[in-house]
Write a protein that binds this ligand. Structure first.
Ligand code: SAH
Length: 256
């Protein structure tokens, strides 16, 4: 992937997975090792960035919640500007670009400017965390519906959450650490049992991974007393229950 022979470069929106570099796709790894410009957000860790070409220009466009973040339209404009200047650009995003990754807006910005753009899927936090914590998101006995929801305050109360959680369903909440108390309150208000199992998975697939479990009613306390920090996912449903047999030892090991 050298600089394009035509005058316009290309943009690749690449999913970097949930953290463990081994969970990159082969295509993501190959593009990362070839790109001259890598535009990445705060969720992409050092171990993955270290795979970039030694002379690659690494541009960080976002930091964690509450710190400075480049506005989305400026990110789109940056990708377009570099591509129109003839550069091939890898836009590296945590997880999958199209799951709460704002990849849709970046694709639109490229298309509007006539810049060729491709999307490389990544392992999203939900599937990465589920695998690492051995919480099956679906299970013939326990769940045949899975929902992925964004838990930030905006949209939390005006959305209808009834039907997303309960018997036979798994609800996975991204970006819900700060709003965990409102999430628990709303679900219980909507009729979910306060005893419904909950798992909070922090830093999934990274060395500092933790899995905390408890009943829905105890979610605010679990997050506060466990000092859970972003990035973390909240999984609500029967599948999140404490494992009964051999998995218990593993869970204890991860969460002494
Ligand atoms: N596009 C990403 C999601 C970005 S939104 C994806 O597909 O995974 C950011 C949220 O993703 C975080 O607030 C957190 O809820 C979740 N997240 C990302 N990486 C995570 C990880 N390693 N462990 C737990 N949650 C993670």
């Amino acid at each position: 992937m050298e600089k394009s022979s035509e005058s316009t470069g290309r943009v690749w929106l690449v999913g970097a997975g949930p953290g463990d570099p081994d969970l990159l796709t082969l295509r993501a790894a190959r593009l990362l090792m070839q790109a001259g410009i890598v535009v990445h957000d705060g969720l992409v860790g050092e171990a993955i960035l270290a795979m970039a070409r030694p002379d690659a220009r690494l541009i960080s466009v976002a930091k964690r919640r509450s710190r400075h973040t480049m506005p989305q339209d400026e990110i789109g404009a940056l990708l377009v500007r570099e591509a129109l200047a003839g550069n091939d650009v890898v836009r590296l995003k945590g997880g999958d670009p199209f799951v709460f990754g704002r990849g849709g807006e970046e694709v639109e910005a490229c298309r509007a400017a006539g810049v060729p753009v491709e999307v490389v899927p990544g392992i999203s936090a939900a599937t990465g965390a589920a695998a690492a914590a051995q919480i099956p998101l679906t299970h013939r006995r326990d769940a045949s519906i899975v929902s992925f929801v964004a838990g930030q305050c905006k949209g939390l109360t005006d959305q209808d959450w009834a039907g997303l959680a309960g018997k036979g369903r798994t609800l996975v909440i991204y970006m819900g650490v700060a709003t965990a108390p409102q999430i628990a309150e709303k679900l219980i208000e909507d009729g979910l049992s306060p005893d419904m199992p909950v798992a909070v998975i922090e830093n999934a697939t990274r060395p500092a991974m933790r899995v905390l479990r408890g009943p829905l009613a105890g979610l605010p306390d679990l997050v506060a007393r466990g000092k859970v920090k972003s990035p973390a996912l909240i999984v609500i449903g029967e599948v999140a229950a404490e494992p009964e047999t051999n998995l218990r030892a593993l869970a204890l090991e991860m969460n002494p």
